[in-house]
Design a protein around this ligand. Sequence first.
Ligand SMILES: Nc1ncnc2c1ncn2[C@@H]1O[C@H](COP(=O)(O)OP(=O)(O)OP(=O)(O)O)[C@@H](O)[C@H]1O
Length: 483
Amino acid sequence: MAASILEAVKQMPSTSTLLTAYASFSTTSMLFRNVYREIVPERLESYLVDKFNSFFYSPKPSPERDTFIIDDDWDDLDRNDLLFAARAYLSTKIGPKNKRIRVGKFPHQKKVSIALAEGETVLDEFDGIEITWKLAPDEEEGEDDNNNNNNCDGMNYFEIHFEKRHREKVLEGYLGHILDLYEKLSHKEKSLKLYTRPNTSWRAMDLRHPTTFDTVAMDLEMKQRIMDDLDRFVARKEFYKRVGKAWKRGYLLYGPPGTGKSSLVAAMANYLNFDIYVLELCEISGDYDLRMALMGIDNKSITVVEDIDCNSEVRSRSKDKDDSSDDDDDDRHSNRRSPRFTLSTLLNCIDGLWSSRAEERIVVFTTNHKEVLDPALLRPGRMDMQIHLSFCKPQAFRTLASNYLGVKGEHPLFPEIDELLEGLEVTPAAVAEELMRDEDGDVVLKQVVEFLRAKKAEIETRKEDNKSDGGDGDGSASSDVSN
Ligand SMILES: Nc1ncnc2c1ncn2[C@@H]1O[C@H](COP(=O)(O)OP(=O)(O)OP(=O)(O)O)[C@@H](O)[C@H]1O
């Protein structure tokens, strides 16, 4: 092994041989460089290098860009919704790169709002498209911008910059997306209103009804069905459009007074964030006035026609034809006077006027006497859902006990209360009144037991009296929902 290494070392060239070879190589390469410089001038070389580079690394030409301007300077536009939508949208896009941010608190809002300050830019992305926003005029570039004549007279406006080839996508998709988001956001943040119509125009006041689906006392299954129906209704804009039907839903709430019809309307409004319009038919002076009233009702609203059985105007279509046929029943439910519009006008107005506008609307009729209503009003399509609000039963009582006393789950007195409620016709309103008598849950529940026992005794005495007179006993109410 050592011998073979020694042999290999012997065969290696000596240091002087290597130095000589290196000197000869450097002299030759210097000679070549000089000859190359002589033959190829510097300009020709740089031309060749450029050609080489552009062939292999050709830089892309910068793409053509378009600019959209969103301003409020349109003669025939009351309000440019897109400007408001853009402001709201960009407030959600403000990031650490934005150094100047506007802050403010508006009376109708709970939190501090932020907005982009003039001159700030935001880079956004939509469907793979890069979009740059700028709030103009920039304080530094204001003069220049004005010279560029964007016609905004010093008012704030937005510029959107993007590649020209994406113009359609930005116009249709991106801006539509921003408008949709704005509608949802403003709907979520709006404070609910209750509208009444004391004269010929609707008047609004803040609606702060505390009832929600959590606190309304009713059969749980029925409650869930109503919520599901509302959810389905608001989600089906495209469906109603496709089948050419008005995007509206009709509910009839019926049941004895004090069973929660008004409370349920408030729960529906709070659930959907819809305003309530209370339509007093006795205040409507005729067909024209009715049309005007219905046309003044905005979308995302619940129109309530309360106690429809008490309105002689809408009780029966047969009465429209033969109004002279007075009967005692009429006098019992209404102040008799000549109808100022017919039931068919009311129904046609609701169907017709609202069909022409693709906006969601709910109409709720309430009555204590479903049996006296015209069948035309109850037809499917007019009343999509009929909801019976019944007397207070054990499930509903649990909700009331939780609302008023904070009693969740079970209580030793509940079994007795349940049994008593099953055999009685007591309204949730009457039970709610009992539950408010004290703050101590145990004390109140004892009082409720006493109250129900007294009711039961009263009914049994009445039954005994009826028996001795030869009459019938009391029936019992049940809850139901029908479509
Ligand atoms: N189902 C219920 N759930 C919760 N609270 C109820 C319910 N029913 C009645 N109440 C209580 O009773 C009060 C009166 O009820 P509400 O006005 O909703 O009944 P109503 O059926 O609309 O009566 P009316 O037919 O007389 O207008 C409510 O303010 C509420 O406190």
